[in-house]
Design a protein around this ligand. Sequence first.
Ligand code: NAD
Length: 236
Amino acid sequence: MNIKTIDINKFKRIVFFTGAGMSAESGVPTYRGEGGVWHEYNWREYACQEAWETDPEKVFDFHDLRREEALKCFPHKGHEVITAIQEVHANVLVVTQNIDGMHQRAGSNNVIELHGSIWRVRCDREGWVKDDLNHGPFEKRKCDCGACLRPDIIWFSDMLDPNTVQQADAAVSQCDLFISIGTSGVVWPAAGYPQLAKSTGALCIELNPQPSEQSLIYDRVYKGKAGELLPQLFNM
Ligand code: NAD
């Protein structure tokens, strides 16, 4: 494929917008696609507030499994390219829909996690959120106050955290280079970001083996895998 390489020094603010396809290449299953998690598990029993209120242990068991599966996978060359760009450019943000922490494991530090993280828990009674980086299952399922902890993840029907959304909105609307990787563009409000970036004048590029719902919005669409296209795009 003929890829026109990007000189990062020509851009002031760069946003990498990533979805499940970015991690799929590391081996983390997507939710809906081929081999997707929701073919095996019904999200109504594992990934919504109602499921957690009905049977928190079952929901925790499911998310323990997600953590264990994620730990068997490793960042790929595409993650490394993003981290390398962050190391040499002052204004590079990752806005991800992924909850698996793979960007951070690749060494990225400026990561906005729109849909939360399987590496955090929160106590809704006391109102705190904390890292739980135990290398395996969640360390604790109960808060000292007696309430059941909750994986800090946006489940079906949950509202996104307003502060996180505000940060992501600001980053996307102010960037001059927006690169979308591995997202089908069907999960809202994240699916609105390509249009937002485009409307504020950013150069918008999509990397995906398949067309997405938003492909027509982009200035350039490159068909292929993140781990192969990112090194080519940035000549790394
Ligand atoms: P999606 O599953 O709807 O779409 C995945 C996209 O990735 C598809 O368009 C597919 O063509 C593309 N893709 C597959 N392999 C790729 C590769 N090697 N390189 C580049 N692209 C590739 O994903 P979504 O748009 O992120 O929406 C799904 C939702 O599920 C999100 O809300 C996300 O939070 C959540 N999710 C997260 C994880 C994770 O944390 N790893 C995994 C599954 C789902």
